[in-house]
Design a protein around this ligand. Sequence first.
Ligand code: PMP
Length: 374
Amino acid sequence: MNDIDSLPIRDELRGKSPYGAPQLDVPVRLNTNENPYPLPDPLVERIAQRVTEAARDLNRYPDRDAVELRAGLAHYLSRTAGHPVTREQVWAANGSNEVLQQLLQAFGGPGRTALGFEPSYSMHALLARGTGTGWLSGPRNEDFTIDIDAAVRTIAEQRPDIVFICSPNNPTGTAVTEETVLALYEAAQAARSDGHGALVVLDEAYGEFSHHPSLLPLIEGRPTLVLSRTMSKAFGAAGLRLGYLAADAAVVDAVQLVRLPYHLSAVTQATALAALEHTDTLLGYVEQLKAERDRLVDELRAMGCQVTESDANFVQFGRFDGAAGSHAVWEALLAHGVLVRDNGVPGWLRVSAGTPEENDTFLDAVRAVTKELK
Ligand code: PMP
């Protein structure tokens, strides 16, 4: 086999690695912010029923506009996120990664730029690269919150076309305040020279786990503010691949210009609709995970670790001796059968909240490793 560099690949992809958390077969996997609870049996049965019905029509293309599913997602958001939205304001795709990619295809692209505040979800930058959009990295405070003044200055100077705000932020767990979003949105309005405000994408993949309400209500009257959500975390359905956005209906019209025809399979639509029927049970698991997340924060602090405030289903902990220190702890935890994530934030690691038993195993491993490495 030739190597990639012998191919006529785009220059900006040369020498780059694909996104990928290690998928290792270890007893306790707490590295990809998955929900540890399998879907409940009644939901599994309902999925089988709905998929069987969909299978009868698989000779036909699926509903291209996913009308029933978007109505279901709009109902879910209206009921749980503090603001009524209509089906016309909601769009769905194969995971929120695809939603974000479609936004970049429609609003970014060659000659345009996107700005994010790092460390944050690394796919924002990778999706920018894949769509030929320039990437700009903005600063964060020591405690990983966004420095409003510095962010507003960066937006004014760099004039990005898209601004990513991740709340709660991956990998730090940090929630973003309403005040921050409003200030950045305001700055983004003045950013572009053609009179249109820049698109502000609020990535709330972990929104359901927050101590604070969703910032969905802010989309009202703000035509370039987009909220992105997923069924991968709170719905415990990472394997389903279903993400969605809520925004002004014009944004939904815009992403339809770039989406592939029939991008959401009939099987995906049927499965997601079944999951929505079981929202309340699934949100019950979210409550358990929030309690476990808070326990992880408390117990890690009691052990003397530094822990970043978390509003997500994971916790960033440290502080180890730079990148080498965090990597040594990552390896030592792996030797104890616990896989956490080294996101490349020097001195810090990230652990996803698992079941109470998994979290106990993780906490015991941290206790052992801290002694071993002393
Ligand atoms: N946004 C954030 C902040 C994430 O952490 C993730 C997944 N790790 C995603 C989006 C994408 O999730 P999915 O494509 O599974 O919806």
